[in-house]
Design a protein around this ligand. Structure first.
Ligand SMILES: NC(=O)c1ccc[n+]([C@@H]2O[C@H](COP(=O)([O-])OP(=O)(O)OC[C@H]3O[C@@H](n4cnc5c(N)ncnc54)[C@H](OP(=O)(O)O)[C@@H]3O)[C@@H](O)[C@H]2O)c1
Length: 394
């Protein structure tokens, strides 16, 4: 680990910077060409880079191994792992050596081209993660090599070994945070926290209902709710291992856990036992599973939809609107992060990481070496049945 700053060596000229940018863009464009053409051009680009790096290494990042896609489409066929040449670390930049980054459903949707906001291709995948500061530009005083940082708000391009971004992007976190939790603390735990706070006032003793309870968001909802004295009624899909999944969720503090098939009855309220009827429900599945959340809701209750894992639409009976006056709402973290409320984001990250450090926030993850990215991706795509969250370790 060493600190490299602009002050230690002469700055690049404008011409040299533009040559560097050109070489990096050539490298990105190479990824979809035939191997032979690519390898010749790649070798040429790398030779240029190597000369630049030798001459100006104090101002450059190391080369970065990256998962990139040049066009949108099925992730397992459009992504490639390549080495990107070094980039300049400008005076306000911080170069971060990534430690870990998850594969979330929204990362997959961005690559597929079905997410409403997504980076221009060619692009490096990934949206959140944690890293260690490797070097800083000459004007950076807030961060130093060795610090642990996460991009906050999260931003595209975390599936690579070195990320260079303006210092304002990086939030310093406590180094005793468990690495895999630091890597995954924004997209899912923050969504769980916001949804518990932003729709109805929940008091200790109240209850909520949710489907997709085995998801990371679902596991976080159970634990944050329990921490606040709020009961949870949880719905999971019928699948191999559902009994173990039920026990696991109960171990996290779930009051009740049902498979969808258990709830194929007209009146589910008998399953509530002594719990109060929930006024708030969360849906990340859609289809029949969303109807089950609706069935549990109290008069005037609200269902918040934040995902659509089954890819099936939500159907609501006329009577649910007329006689129960139910409300349907949506939540999207990316929109929330662009609101004025998002200034609190870093405090919430610290709060959630504190819960993780204290063992009050736990969820299932599998750490996978970066070289095994394709295997992790196929698990995240559901090609091997239900799997824990795949977290890449660089
Ligand atoms: N709106 C937002 O701002 C926001 C933010 C974060 C996450 N999300 C969404 O929240 C959802 C959960 O994300 P996550 O990262 O927490 O999930 P995750 O940990 O990757 O887990 C995936 C979940 O989806 C379930 N699932 C997978 N395929 C399914 C299918 N065909 N039918 C029904 N359930 C299926 C899995 O159930 P099994 O355990 O049975 O496999 C598991 O509960 C996703 O839809 C994601 O896009 C939305």
């Amino acid at each position: 680990m060493h600190s490299l700053t602009r002050a230690t060596l002469p700055a690049l000229t404008k011409l040299e910077r533009s040559k560097m940018a050109l070489a990096r863009s050539v490298a990105l464009k190479l990824i979809n060409r035939s191997i032979s053409v690519a390898s010749i051009e790649w070798a040429r680009a790398r030779r240029v880079q190597a000369q630049r790096v030798r001459a100006f290494s104090a101002l450059m990042s190391p080369p970065s191994k990256a998962v990139v896609y040049e066009r949108e489409g099925p992730p397992d066929s459009v992504i490639k792992m390549i080495e990107l040449p070094p980039v300049e670390v400008k005076e306000n930049d911080v170069c971060v050596k990534m430690l870990a980054a998850p594969i979330n459903p929204s990362d997959i949707n961005r690559i597929e081209g079905v997410y409403p906001v997504r980076p221009k291709v060619p692009a490096v995948g990934g949206y959140e993660g944690v890293g260690e500061v490797y070097s800083v530009g000459s004007a950076v005083t807030r961060l130093a090599p060795g610090d642990w940082v996460i991009p906050s708000p999260p931003s595209s391009g975390t599936w690579q070994s070195y990320v260079v971004k303006d210092q304002s992007v990086w939030h310093k976190i406590s180094k005793d945070s468990p690495m895999e939790y630091a890597a995954t603390i924004i997209v899912n735990p923050l969504t769980a926290l916001r949804m518990l706070e932003d729709f109805t006032t929940l008091n200790s003793g109240d209850s909520i209902v949710q489907n997709g309870a085995t998801s990371i968001v679902g596991q976080c909802i159970i634990q944050i709710a329990r921490h606040r004295g709020i009961h949870s009624i949880n719905i999971i899909r019928d699948r191999a291992g559902s009994d173990e999944a039920k026990e696991k969720l109960k171990g996290l503090g779930a009051d009740e856990v049902f498979t969808e098939s258990q709830l194929e009855v007209k009146n589910v309220k008998g399953f509530l036992a002594n719990l109060p009827e929930p006024a708030l429900g969360f849906n990340c599945v859609g289809g029949n599973s969303a109807s089950m959340v609706l069935k549990f809701l109290s008069q005037g209750g609200t269902m918040v939809t934040y995902g659509g894992m089954s890819k099936k639409p939500i159907t609501v009976s006329t009577s649910s609107f007329i006689f129960k006056d139910l409300s349907l709402k949506g939540f999207w973290l990316q929109k929330w992060l662009s609101s004025e409320k998002a200034t609190e984001c870093r405090n919430m990250i610290d709060y959630l990481l504190c819960l993780a450090r204290e063992g009050k926030l736990k969820y299932d993850m599998e750490l996978v070496p970066f070289n095994n990215f394709q295997t992790a991706l196929s698990k995240a795509l559901g090609l091997h049945g239900s799997q824990p969250k795949q977290v890449i370790k660089f």
